[in-house]
Design a protein around this ligand. Structure first.
Ligand SMILES: Nc1ncnc2c1ncn2[C@@H]1O[C@H](COP(=O)(O)OP(=O)(O)OP(=O)(O)O)[C@@H](O)[C@H]1O
Ligand SMILES: [Mg+2]
Length: 463
């Protein structure tokens, strides 16, 4: 069960705040109240709320101002607006600005709870699509809910395997277009000539091989969503055609002068540096701005390692077969959390699939993890080493020399940090300091030009 959902109630009338607070706390929500938009903004900056429930008309800034400020602050709250007079224009503004819903005053308790539950259940539904509870993932899910409702073009950026396509699908699934088609076009995978007819269609005889007329994907995806993956690979001629489709909602099939109107929402994705391409004039600036109306950036997995345990749990659950339910040892999970994941979530998913196949029982241990991951995180590639065995030094070497050598190694390994070296050797700070003095050991670069006493201990560089 997720933790309690939190709601910030914003109203300049104390009565109204108290009633809402009472109703919502009784329903098990965590609540807080603010008497003005300004106070609400301060609170929302200090603490994360799932929902901000705000009155429209208040002394000082209005609910719309608050909504605008929250959106600008890259906020991660779902905003629900309460309006007394059902002022339709404000409601429209609010929804355009990213409010998820609105309530008319006087408030009806049932409707209040329904609207809240609906907004939050959409958030829960997204949890099933997009695994991860880290701060950036929570924010991402709320942004998806907010922009799904609009028809604006979304540009999803992020390294390979971070979930760009998954986000595009979630945007579609949670949009009013969900009943219509979602189509994926990989602009890098199709040759340029074919891509044009794939996207915009062609007439019979438009080119050799065009034996019949063909609808383009813009026509096929009418009323739906088109996901243009690897948008950076589009050539300049196609960029112009795409811009027209986005701006005018019009396409022309190859070999035709007929203008066809289409109603398609475009989600584009790339991990290429589009800004550099604009500067180098290989990507049209106007198209860039047209695509980038709503940018969504997916952080690499190594920047949200706290998501790894949950991802592992869910991915292993997907691998379960019959009575086999895979688990992972704490050590193996630790290795997965330490790794840098250049291939991001996709790489983690496939590493776990492989590990589940390879592991003998149903517990995945370090030895079941792919070798490149074990190596990169410093876990030996072979089976666990046998218990360490000390070897006798060659004859003629004194115990004192062995001790000195071990101390020098420890000091070098810790960059002459006495505290850490002492820990390595299992000695106290004082004991090690005493031995350093005894052997006259000091950091080589500290060798003084004057004849300071050799017994002086090297400075401790803790911290
Ligand atoms: N947050 C997530 N929760 C669950 N699965 C995820 C998540 N992120 C990515 N995945 C999974 O990882 C794989 C890669 O995701 P996706 O194809 O969306 O990445 P991508 O960013 O489009 O990668 P590429 O740039 O290589 O095309 C998919 O199997 C997807 O389901
Ligand atoms: Mg992809």
């Amino acid at each position: 069960m997720p933790t309690k959902r939190s709601i910030l109630i914003v109203d300049d009338e104390k009565n109204q705040r108290d009633i809402l607070d009472m109703i919502l706390s009784a329903e098990g929500y965590r609540t807080a109240t603010a008497p003005s938009a300004e106070a609400a903004l301060r609170m929302a900056r200090a603490e994360r709320f799932d929902v901000v429930l705000t009155d429209l008309k208040m002394g000082g800034q209005s609910g719309l101002d608050l909504l605008r400020a929250l959106t600008q602050a890259d906020s991660s709250q779902l905003v629900i607006l309460m309006t007394a007079h059902g002022s339709i224009e404000s409601v429209k503004d609010a929804l355009r600005l990213g409010a998820v819903d609105y309530l008319e005053k006087p408030l009806d308790r049932e409707r209040l709870l329904t609207v809240l539950a609906q907004a939050l259940s959409r958030l829960d539904a997204l949890d099933a699509d997009l695994i991860g509870n880290s701060e950036p993932m929570q924010k991402l899910k709320k942004i998806i809910l907010k922009v799904a409702a609009s028809d604006e073009t979304v540009l999803v950026r992020g390294e390979s395997g971070t979930g760009k396509e998954l986000v595009a699908r979630a945007l579609h699934r949670h949009s009013p277009r969900a009943a219509a088609v979602f189509h994926v076009v990989n602009c890098a995978a199709i040759n340029e000539n074919l891509l044009e007819s794939e996207l915009f269609g062609h007439e019979k005889g438009a080119f050799t091989g065009a034996v019949a007329e063909k609808k383009g994907l813009f026509e096929v995806a009418d009323r739906g969503t088109l996901f243009l993956d690897e948008i950076g690979e589009l050539n300049v001629a196609l960029q112009a055609k795409l811009l027209r489709a986005l701006q005018e909602g019009e396409v022309q099939r190859v070999g035709s002068t007929r203008v066809i109107r289409v109603d398609v929402r475009v989600v584009a994705a790339t991990n290429r540096p589009l800004e550099d391409m604009v500067a180098a004039k290989t990507f049209r600036e106007d198209l860039y701005y047209r695509l980038n109306v709503i940018p969504i950036h997916l952080p690499p997995l190594r920047d949200r390692r706290e998501d790894i345990p949950l991802l592992v749990e869910r991915f292993l659950a997907r691998q379960s077969r019959g009575a086999t339910h895979y688990t992972i040892t704490p050590e193996a999970l630790q290795v997965l959390q330490a790794y840098d994941w250049p291939g991001n979530v996709r790489q983690l998913e496939s590493a776990l699939k492989r590990a589940a196949l390879l592991c003998e029982g149903d517990t995945i241990g370090v030895e079941d993890l792919p070798v490149e991951i074990r190596q990169a995180t410093g876990v030996p590639a072979s089976a666990p080493a046998p218990p360490f065995q000390f070897r006798l030094p060659p004859e003629g070497i004194s115990f004192e020399e062995v001790e000195r050598s071990l101390i020098v190694q420890a000091m070098e390994k810790t960059d002459w940090n006495i505290t850490r070296a002492a820990k390595l050797l299992g000695l106290t700070f004082r004991t090690l300091q005493y031995r350093l003095e005894k052997f006259g050991l000091r950091r080589p670069s500290d060798t003084p030009s004057d004849d300071a006493p050799a017994a002086e201990a090297p400075p401790d560089r803790t911290g």
